[in-house]
Design a protein. Structure first.
Length: 633
């Protein structure tokens, strides 16, 4: 009887074990959906709140699963957050004080945003790449850098940092690229810099650093820029052998006398962005300091930026101006009032050191694009009005907006000088170059749309004051060498209205297919820009120009021909650009057409805001990515 009882108990134990196993399996399945380590979840929640709870797909202020849910800009290794990459995302707020609580994060890239406050004194010791360039950070560089023993790349340039560089480099023997330029740093270089035995790129230009460069002489530097500081004494001979050594604008001791090289004088004080222009402009024009992506009203009111601004420009000598004018315009003109911003250290986020394994160096990085304003149409505009316009244009800074490099104004001639985009315009890519057109895959077209949408979102909703583009067309959507979008002619609405800029305006713009219906009555608003953006998306979808007089009468105007067919799946398939060879997901095509339809509503109030369009396109990209991953599995 006892044995039978024991046997019964044994059977019960087995059943209990099986039930327990099932229970544990259920628990495992349930917890596996929450893939992110709780410590990292708490850290990312804290960062989100500190940034002001911006609109970022997936992000929430409490809980959530960043790794399992694929939050925008978050990359994980298993259950731990490894990278936060949100450059050019129009972020504001601050970083908070919880960054150091991330378990094993190695990359933080928040460059080209509008984040302010101090750099946290406590940082994740696991960091390898730390990019905060082109933001609004104030205060000093924290001495806690000394704890980042695995750091290889760091960019803190184009901020408002003050004080001395901390003597905190003793253990940073793996640091390769360091950019501290375009701040208001002062004092001597710290002695511990001689421990940077892996350092090949060092950018210190446009600060107020002083002392000598002796501490750098034994480092393996290949790129050193110390321009426009207060360094003195003789230049160590070893530094003169560095392949890319730039030292102009310092009172170095040359042949026993202290001089400041004339090729790059210190820039005069310039009012910070948002400060009214007053007084008589200097005899040489200048482009004022430009803020990083998405300046807000709060950050525009920053005080103490004038010192920062003084170091964000560099004057062009008459000879260099004549050189590139001859090259680019084909005429010789004496233009003493010119300005050129320092370019080397002010490239877009793709060119910042460390972010992509080093800064690209090529001749095309130095090409410039020049827009010549109509002399007769701009003659009525006084110099101070023109300078005021330059100030307002110069505040427009976004990763998807063509950067204003400088301007020239003399003898009635006015030029605007922009960064050069190597792949020309979207119009040319779609309608003038059949070989290049084949490179524009379906995914490329979606991402081009997203880049242009982000530029307009910034102009309409983040820029202070907001900007209506007014001249949006595929010819003003420029493409860089990696097909990144740069929208041109931003902030030129006053010149467009006066006829100073060649454009399709008024009824002519409508006649050529870009103008919204309300523009025929002389009204142009943010919603009108949205309509023009919808036409550009339609060009990307069909491969056709907005107006083509070579086609049959019913097909000449793209919008009139295409819009009635956007919700007919068979007709929509026939409309797609033949050069795509059918390589596009049907669902994605339908979603793309739906966004176009929303943008091209005849009534302005029914068109979406550009922030909504950005979200639509981001959701498309996310769904396609998830579908691709699912198919691969």
């Amino acid at each position: 009887m006892g044995w039978k009882r024991s046997g019964l108990e044994w059977k019960r134990v087995k059943i209990y074990e099986q039930l327990l196993l099932v229970y544990l399996l259920i628990c495992t399945i349930q917890t596996s959906s929450a893939a992110t380590d709780p410590t990292d979840v708490a850290a990312i929640n804290s960062l989100y709140i500190a940034l002001g709870s911006p609109v970022l797909p997936g992000w929430v202020a409490s809980g959530g699963d960043p790794c399992g849910e694929g939050w925008q800009g978050i990359l994980c290794n298993g259950s731990f957050i490894q990278k936060i990459v949100l450059n050019g995302a129009n972020l504001g707020g601050e970083l908070g004080d919880k960054l150091s609580t991330f378990v094993s994060i190695s990359v933080i890239d928040l460059s080209s945003n509008n984040i302010g406050g101090n750099i946290p004194s406590s940082l994740p010791v696991t960091l390898r790449n730390f990019f905060l360039a082109a933001n609004q950070f104030t205060g000093s560089i924290p001495a806690s850098l000394s704890t980042l023993t695995g750091l290889t790349d760091m960019s803190l340039n184009e901020n408002f940092l003050t004080g001395e560089i901390p003597d905190a480099f003793q253990s940073l023997t793996q640091l390769i690229n360091l950019d501290l330029s375009q701040n208001n740093l002062s004092g001597k270089l710290p002695p511990s810099m001689d421990n940077l035995l892996a350092l090949t790129t060092l950018r210190l230009q446009n600060n107020q650093l002083s002392g000598t460069l002796d501490v750098l002489q034994d480092l393996p530097l290949k790129d050193l820029n110390v321009e426009n500081n207060q360094f003195a004494g003789p230049i160590p001979p070893k530094l003169l052998s560095i392949p890319a050594f730039r030292q102009a604008g310092n009172p170095f001791n040359v042949s026993g006398s202290t001089t400041t090289p004339a090729s790059s004088p210190r820039s005069p004080a310039i009012a910070p962005p948002g400060t009214p222009v007053s007084g008589t402009p200097p005899s040489s024009g200048r482009v004022p300091t430009k803020q990083a992506d998405g300046p807000t009203a709060a950050n525009e009111s920053h005080t103490g930026k004038s010192k920062k601004s003084t170091k964000r420009v560099v004057w062009i000598s008459i000879a260099s101006v004549l050189g590139f004018i001859i090259l680019l315009l084909g005429f010789i003109l004496f233009i003493p009032r010119c300005s050129r911003r320092e370019r080397d250290d002010r490239r877009s986020k793709r060119h910042q050191i460390g972010a992509y394994g080093g800064e690209r160096q090529s001749a095309r990085d130095l090409l410039l694009a020049v827009k010549k304003l109509d002399k007769r149409a701009s003659a009525h505009q006084k110099d101070d009005e023109f300078l005021k316009l330059i100030n307002s244009i110069d505040r427009i800074r976004h990763a998807n907006v063509v950067e204003l490099v400088g301007y020239c104004s003399e003898h009635g001639q006015r030029l605007l000088i922009y960064e050069y985009c190597s792949n020309g315009s979207l119009f040319d890519a779609l309608h003038s170059d059949d070989d290049f057109k084949t490179r524009l895959s379906w995914n490329s077209r979606i991402r081009i749309s997203l880049g242009a949408a982000r530029a307009l979102e910034y102009l309409h909703e983040q820029c202070q004051p907001p900007v209506v583009h007014r001249n949006l067309k595929s010819a003003n959507i420029l493409l860089d060498d990696d097909l990144s979008v740069r929208v041109s002619d931003c902030g030129l609405a006053p010149l467009i209205a006066s006829g100073s800029v060649s454009q399709l305006s008024g009824n002519l713009l409508t006649a050529y297919g870009y103008g919204a219906p309300e523009f025929e009555s002389g009204i142009y608003t943010y919603q009108s820009d949205v309509y023009s953006f919808g036409v550009i998306m339609l060009e990307l979808l069909t491969g056709r120009p907005s107006h083509d007089r070579t086609r049959p009468r019913g097909e000449q105007f793209l919008v009139r021909w295409a819009v009635p067919q956007l919700h007919d799946i068979d007709a929509l398939s026939r409309m797609v650009d033949p050069s795509l060879n059918g390589n596009y997901p049907a669902k994605s095509l339908s979603n793309f057409a739906d966004i176009i339809s929303r943008c091209l509503q005849s009534e302005p109030e029914f068109r979406p805001a550009m922030s909504e369009v950005v979200l639509y396109l981001l959701n498309m990209i996310r769904k396609e990515s998830q579908q691709t991953e699912s198919n691969e599995k």
